[in-house]
Write a protein that binds this ligand. Structure first.
Ligand code: F3S
Length: 647
């Protein structure tokens, strides 16, 4: 039986499992990428593993998130740490100002048919070139750099058939907005979207990358396009044609699900506040007064996108509307140099755009926040409440065409209403290739000393597990505790991300201000939780902080999947009540003992928790597999891989 593209790549990278959807698999990772916000932790984890050099074919460290704003030296310290760590560990380093990780990776490093693991949720952007590119946590990326496989559940593969041709002023962004409209932000869970059909050949790689980028908003594991003539042309224009290889689904390939999109029926779409799936036709919201337009982000900041905007302003001769503040953040130095070379930089300046840094910038609320209660139209991928930096702002997501027309008119505008002839942007024969801000790893890594400013303080290990855990219940919480309860985000706490002792002071601070203090005084202990413990983001600090404070086990009615994995990674034993009513038999302050002499893999293995204070025994289960048991016994995944490497 023939294979689809996803199966072809997974098959050649499979380390464990058999590609049955829903079953666990492990794959070999060829390339990794990190960005600065998650990268410091990834390289600190990697350093703690004790390997001299990354084991991947290629790893790249980008600085694009926290480039400018910070009250103190935290960002500069992190950047210098990242640069020296990259030089020492055999990692390429893309300096702040060189561009957004996904745009630069697509231009300079992504290769069809390879696997990429990135510590950023929009890593699937590289699927536009035919790469199997997946976002993950810092620890998973560190493990991949150490040569360990990536463990995941085999997703279903959904074929998205594109047929017909896009009409003028309807573009790739409208294709992915249409999918979000149809499937919602949960529609991609446990799935990979594989694009195919006649319509694919009209989409250039950067357009495909817009679609795979925002597949992340569907909740998909990743999205991928074939590698074809378009892919070859893009790589040739990047001077990388030698790395091109064709990649297509077999004619008799099968899929778990199929979706059809007739491109010729699409029209300009817009995601309304505050969710990327709250999609309407631009026509339905036309005329709404707009205060700000932002063009850029890893979704829509390519040469094709900015040139389209430039052409629209050039042909109309219009300026940005006086009541609109408009900014462009180019995706990369390459894109900006292309704009300069072809005269569009001047077009933007004349039209009244503000040109921001080649970085994420406003996409994560780093400057250019909308006015209070204001309306901002952005070419980005997320419009969550408060993400722009202004809590009560109304953020709309649209294509560069819609954003440009809106910037001119001062109200949300369908770009077709400008009466312009179709704008066709072709790939240039050669891009302005300039890798001068990408540094190769050091030729002599022994000469490199990794810089660690005082804001970097890492603690990655805990003691290996003995045969018995004992201690006090330091906290008892209810149902649906989120990772935000465990370790809050925010401008005060985020800069402490590389300083484990400092950030640990905030563990559970929103629930009980004295928690960290108590945990330290008692030398650690237990946490008792209700249903769905640890839901929310994948924030690994929600496990690292408790580990640092000596939490030995969390006993709960049930766990959220990612936090459960993070607890195991950091050596904290997650136990589930066999009888949910037993939750009522433990109170904060009780003394518990857990006998681990029979701790072994198995769905049904019972671990007895003895409540010494109340004189009762409580049955719990762990449900861990062999690898997970070994990780917990070792004291966390770092200690586990270190033991493995030493053998
Ligand atoms: Fe950066 Fe926003 Fe993309 S933060 S990586 S531009 S989603």
């Amino acid at each position: 039986m023939g294979l689809n593209i996803v199966q072809k790549i997974i098959k050649t990278h499979l380390v464990e499992g058999d590609m049955t959807p829903g079953k666990p698999i492990a794959i070999r990772i060829d390339q990794t990428l990190t960005q600065d916000a998650t990268g410091t932790m990834a390289y600190l984890h990697f350093e703690a593993m004790g390997l001299p050099k990354v084991q991947t074919e290629l790893s790249v460290s980008y600085v694009d998130h926290n480039t400018l704003q910070a009250g103190g030296p935290e960002n500069a310290n992190d950047h210098l740490f990242l640069q020296t760590a990259a030089a020492k560990f055999g990692v390429y380093f893309s300096k702040a100002g060189n561009g957004i990780c996904h745009q630069v990776h697509l231009e300079r490093f992504a290769v069809p048919g390879k696997t990429l693991l990135g510590s950023d949720s929009h890593t699937p952007t590289a699927g536009g070139i035919g790469m199997l590119a997946i976002g993950a946590g810092g620890m998973d990326v560190a493990l991949a750099m150490a040569g360990e496989p990536f463990y995941l559940t085999m997703p279903k593969v959904v074929r998205v058939n594109l047929y017909g041709k896009l009409r003028p002023f309807v573009s790739a962004k409208d294709i992915i907005l249409e999918l979000l409209r149809r499937l919602t932000v949960k529609g991609g869970l446990g799935r990979i979207f594989e694009y195919g059909g006649e319509g694919v050949k009209y989409l250039t790689v950067p357009e495909r990358a817009t679609i795979t980028n925002m597949g992340a908003e569907l909740g998909a594991t990743t999205s991928i396009f074939p590698s074809d003539e378009q892919t070859y042309l893009f790589m040739k224009a990047q001077g990388r044609e030698a790395q091109w290889r064709p990649l297509q689904a077999d004619p008799d390939a099968t899929y778990d699900e199929v979706i059809d999109i007739d491109l010729s029926e699409l029209e300009p779409l817009i995601a309304c506040p505050h969710m990327p799936d709250n999609v309407k036709k631009v026509k339905e919201v036309e005329g709404l007064r707009v205060h700000q337009v932002a063009i850029g982000s890893c979704t829509n900041s390519s040469y094709r996108d900015l040139k389209t905007v430039g052409e629209m302003f050039k042909r109309t001769g219009k300026m940005v509307h006086p009541m609109v503040s408009a900014a462009i953040s180019p995706g990369s130095k390459q894109v900006l140099r292309m704009m300069d070379k072809e005269g569009y930089y001047d077009v933007f300046l004349r039209a009244g755009f503000r040109i921001l840094e080649n970085a994420c910038g406003p996409c994560i609320g780093m400057g250019f926040a909308p006015p209070s209660g204001g309306v901002s139209v952005r070419t980005f991928n997320r419009n969550f409440y408060g993400r722009s930096g202004t809590k009560d702002a109304q953020v709309y997501l649209a294509s560069p065409e819609t954003a440009a027309a809106t910037a001119m008119k001062g109200v949300i505008t369908d770009p077709r209403d400008l009466g312009l002839d179709e704008i066709k942007v072709f790939l240039p024969e050669k891009f302005e290739i300039d890798d001068s801000m990408i540094y190769a790893p050091a030729a002599d890594p022994d000469e490199i000393e990794i810089y660690k400013g005082p804001t970097i303080n890492y603690v990655g290990y805990k003691e290996p597990l003995g045969d018995k855990l004992e201690g006090e219940v330091l906290l008892k919480v209810g149902d649906n505790i989120t990772t935000d309860h465990i370790i809050p985000g925010g401008a005060k706490i985020l800069p402490l991300r590389s300083n484990i002792p400092a950030i640990s002071e905030y563990v559970y601070s929103v629930v009980d201000e004295t928690f960290a203090q108590r945990a330290k005084e008692k030398g650690g202990g237990f946490i008792v939780g209700g249903e769905n413990y640890g839901q929310g983001s994948s924030r690994e600090h929600a496990a690292i902080g408790p580990m640092y404070l000596g939490i030995k086990a969390v006993i709960a009615k049930s766990f959220a999947r990612i936090h459960h994995a993070n607890l195991i990674n950091f050596g904290i034993l997650p136990l589930v009540f066999v009888n949910k009513e037993d939750y009522d038999k433990i109170d904060q302050g009780d003394w518990l003992e857990v006998d681990l002499s029979n701790f072994a893999p198995g769905e049904d293995n019972i671990i007895t928790v003895i409540n010494r204070t109340k004189g009762i025994s409580i049955p719990t289960k762990h449900g861990l597999n062999k690898r997970q048991v070994e990780i917990i016994k070792a004291g966390g995944v770092l200690a586990y891989v270190k033991q493995k490497f030493e053998k």
